[in-house]
Design a protein around this ligand. Structure first.
Ligand code: C2E
Ligand code: MG
Ligand code: MG
Length: 795
């Protein structure tokens, strides 16, 4: 048992009296009592008044008795005091001895006057009493302790400090306070072991830091627009977490499974996006490649306290690698490096999963968005960039003040190919065309697949060749020719329309519409490439306003029929008539069909107007007939849209009912474009029309692309040779041969032949020689209004 060394104790511990007990001051009283009673009084009898009085002789005076009684009272009081003191002493020593915390008292000079068992245990000495701090602490510590002590004694204040062992493993809360003993100053001290509390608090702080990191990561994820930004921001944020030195993210190559460093950030602020293996191998010597590979391969967290040479050089002692799973597959690994040994304890390892999941979520969101973006910008049929991609690229080019030409490449008659060989073959062809283009076209030219059978290309102004030269020398030889698609051999031709950035437009929409116009022009001119004609812009504007006017014209009944005679070339007599529509414009007067029929066709109004013309033709026929004339059969032009419209039969029947149906008052003329593609349906329509006893003529024969061999397989009755042949025939013997072939082939197929646009007698003569039986043209009569035509019939 240790002693509490104090002044009180020093006074109390004196050589005892005869009892050998420490003197409690009663021995003196006992001697006094002995004088009074006349014999020795034992100490234990002194405080007991009854025993004391019993010892007294009977002759004692009342004063003596009173003195004895007072002595007994004084002795009792002293005993009581002694007992209390001893209790207090036991409390104090028990408290000090059993306290787990070191407790001590020093005097003013710095000598310990008291220390408890815990303190002795701490210093490893049997007692501290009489020693000062120079026995226990190095000089610098001792001096600082002395300073503290002096401050406490001088200012009379309590000082509270946190002290940590030099290895950092233990922590104490130290209180120092002044103690005043009868005006003499002493210094009391206690040291409470806080090691566990500190550890708990640190864990709490790490916990907080970790959740701060997680919440920052959420913010990073929500604002990240690219993988690089997301990964770099994450590394940067994490590298500033207490205890961490470096954070890096590596990516797993999907094809080879190789792990490559992607981004990294160091606590010192340096950060990096790694572009190549060589670069990272040379400059990222810390990268724990093996650990990342293990994390990626196992799909589980890995940690190591055994680091590589690069880490050691940077004082890094521990590392942890977390796999990042995106859409169920390992996308990469995030690795944390700490300068503290075994930093990645269970706390980190348990929470690492959350961090990995959060970052994986961010990556997944971004990658899925990128994939969606990519899909939206890819044509699913060909794999080429899509129309949307082209829109964006053109917008970017326009914004960058680029100039160049948008080339719209169109596979000719794609619809026909599709109906002839089937959809699958047509798509197969389109894919092959796309492949050829992709293989040839330079990346800077922004190739895109913009529609069924259509591709767009931006041809920069600074290319060596002109766009026309490029199309002729590269595109046409590349694409035109035969393609083997499954079991089919398909012949393919292309046309190209061109519009210029910025002259013709600054958006893909504008440029493609104009390139499309140019393409139509090229096809019309039978050229491979056509450039957008800016003057035609006005025509377009006119067309749009004309469409509205035409709708009004239908309502107001402004369309009138003119009739042109068809004559028997042998006799010169009228053998028929063609109804040709005219627009009796309120201000412009009679407008020829060339100006408005294309607009009618494009707007679909041609169905309504065609019906009116047919109905009017039959009404006129009826009028002539009723007037006693012999009206010939009237041919009515039927536009492609009408031809494919189911109401055609009703319209014909209704019109026929107006006239004398049995007298075959009506025939129709259709152009080649109505007849190509979907052979079965065309045959079906033609058959139904002829079943109404309405003959069918192929109009403008020779101007289309369809072969004679195809057209003659159709159930038709009349072939109208286009005016262009009639003109060329008189000048070019080759054409003469051609017309002769057409006429004789038609006759073989029992078709009537009508030559259009005969203006000159020589033409009529040649046609007669070629045994063409009918003719139409200004030579015989221009188209005239119904009343005038009636006059012709009267002749
Ligand atoms: P088309 O059916 O080939 O009509 C013949 C065109 O040649 C008519 O032009 C006629 O006036 C013109 N023509 C006839 N003989 C001569 C000639 O000797 N010399 C010259 N230079 N031209 C001659 P038009 O009336 O201007 O009609 C042009 C085209 O408009 C027609 O060609 C036809 O395709 C279309 N069209 C006319 N009326 C209608 C209609 O009611 N419906 C539809 N869908 N199209 C119509
Ligand atoms: Mg015609
Ligand atoms: Mg014609």
């Amino acid at each position: 048992m240790n002693h509490i060394a104090s002044k009180e104790e020093a006074q109390l511990v004196r050589p005892g009296d005869d009892t050998g007990q420490p003197d409690d001051g009663c021995a003196e009283l006992a001697r006094l009592a002995g004088y009074i009673v006349g014999r020795p009084v034992p100490r234990e009898a002194l405080a007991d008044e009854v025993r004391l009085l019993a010892l007294a002789p009977p002759a004692m005076s009342p004063a003596q008795r009173q003195a004895l009684s007072d002595l007994a009272a004084a002795a009792r009081a002293r005993q009581e005091l002694r007992r209390k003191l001893s209790r207090a002493e036991s409390f104090l020593s028990g408290f000090a001895e059993h306290s787990p915390s070191p407790l001590w008292i020093k005097d003013r000079s710095g000598s310990y006057v008291m220390g408890n068992a815990a303190l002795h245990g701490f210093f490893g000495v049997p007692t501290v009493v009489g020693k000062d701090d120079s026995h226990f602490w190095p000089e610098d510590v001792r001096r600082s302790l002395e300073e503290q002590d002096r401050a406490v004694l001088d200012n009379g204040e309590v000082i509270k400090t946190m002290e940590t062992s030099h290895d950092g493993a233990r922590h104490w809360l130290v209180h120092k306070f002044p103690i005043d003993v009868d005006g003499e100053p002493f210094l009391g001290g206690s040291a409470i072991d806080m090691t566990e509390e500190v550890a708990k608090e640190r864990a709490l702080i790490r916990h907080d830091n970790f959740y701060v990191l997680l919440s920052r990561l959420s913010a990073i994820i929500s604002r990240a627009r690219s993988l690089e930004a997301l990964c770099l921001d994450t590394c940067r944020e994490a590298a500033h977490q207490p205890g961490l030195e470096i954070v890096d993210i590596s990516r797993r190559d999907e094809a080879t499974g190789a792990i490559r460093l992607f981004t990294s950030a160091l606590r010192d602020g340096s950060e990096h996006e790694w572009r190549s293996d060589e670069d990272s191998a040379a400059h990222a010597d810390w990268f724990m490649h093996e650990l990342a590979v293990a994390a990626a391969a196992s799909g589980t967290l890995q940690f190591s306290n055994d680091v590589n040479h690069g880490c050691t050089r940077r004082d890094i002692r521990s590392c942890m690698a977390i796999p990042l799973l995106v859409n169920g597959k390992c996308w990469g690994v995030i690795s944390f490096y700490s300068t503290r040994p075994e930093f990645f304890d269970s706390f980190y390892r348990e929470r690492a999963g959350e961090l990995g999941t959060e970052l994986s979520f961010g990556l997944e969101r971004l990658l899925n968005a990128q994939e969606l973006h990519r899909l939206a910008r890819t044509n699913a049929l060909s794999g080429l960039p899509s129309r949307l991609h082209f829109d964006e690229e053109v917008a970017a080019l326009a914004a960058g003040n680029a100039s160049g030409t948008v080339l719209l490449i169109n596979i000719n008659r794609f619809d026909e190919i599709s109906s002839a060989y089937g959809n699958t073959a047509a798509i197969g062809l389109m894919r092959q065309v796309a492949q050829r283009l992709r293989g040839e076209v330079a990346e800077r030219m922004v190739l895109s697949h913009v529609g069924i059978g259509r591709f767009a290309l931006f041809y920069p102004v600074d290319e060596a060749r002109s766009p026309r030269g490029y199309v002729h020398d590269v595109i046409i030889p590349l694409l035109e020719g035969s393609y083997q698609v499954d079991q089919h051999r398909i012949w393919c031709t292309v046309n190209v329309g061109a519009a210029m950035l910025p002259e013709d437009g600054t958006t893909a929409d504008e440029l493609l519409v104009k390139a499309w116009d140019a393409l139509a022009g090229a096809r019309h001119m039978e050229e491979h490439i056509g450039f957008y004609d800016r003057d035609a812009d006005h025509a377009l504007a006119r067309q749009i306003s004309m469409e509205a006017e035409l709708r009004d014209a239908v309502e107001r009944g402004e369309f009138v029929n003119y009739y042109q005679p068809k004559v028997d070339l042998k006799t010169g007599k009228i053998a028929g008539a063609e109804a040709l529509v005219r627009w009796n414009h309120p201000t412009r007067g009679i407008v020829p069909p060339a100006e408005f029929v294309p607009v009618l066709e494009r707007s679909g109004l041609v169905i309504e107007v065609g019906r009116i013309v047919m109905q009017k033709a039959m009404e006129d026929w009826r009028t002539w007939h009723d007037a006693g004339l012999t009206p010939p059969q009237i041919a009515v032009n039927v536009a492609p849209a009408q031809f494919r419209c189911d109401t055609l039969f009703d319209d014909i029947e209704k019109a026929l009912n107006t006239a004398e149906a049995h007298m075959r008052p009506l025939s129709i003329e259709v152009t080649e474009s109505s007849l190509v593609s979907d052979h079965r349906r065309v045959v079906d329509i033609l058959t139904r029309v002829r079943n109404l006893d309405v003959p069918v003529a192929i109009d403008d024969f020779g101007t289309g692309y369809s072969s004679l061999a195809y057209l003659v397989t159709l159930p038709v009755d009349v072939l109208k040779i286009d005016r262009s042949f009639v003109i060329k025939m008189a000048q070019d013997s080759g054409y003469m041969g051609l017309v002769q072939t057409i006429v004789s082939l038609a006759h073989n197929l029992e078709l009537e032949v009508v030559a259009e646009g005969i203006e000159k007698p020589e033409e009529a003569k040649l046609l007669k020689l070629l045994r063409c039986e009918y003719g139409q043209g200004n030579l015989y009569g221009k188209p005239v209004p119904a009343e005038e035509f009636a006059l012709l019939l009267k002749k």
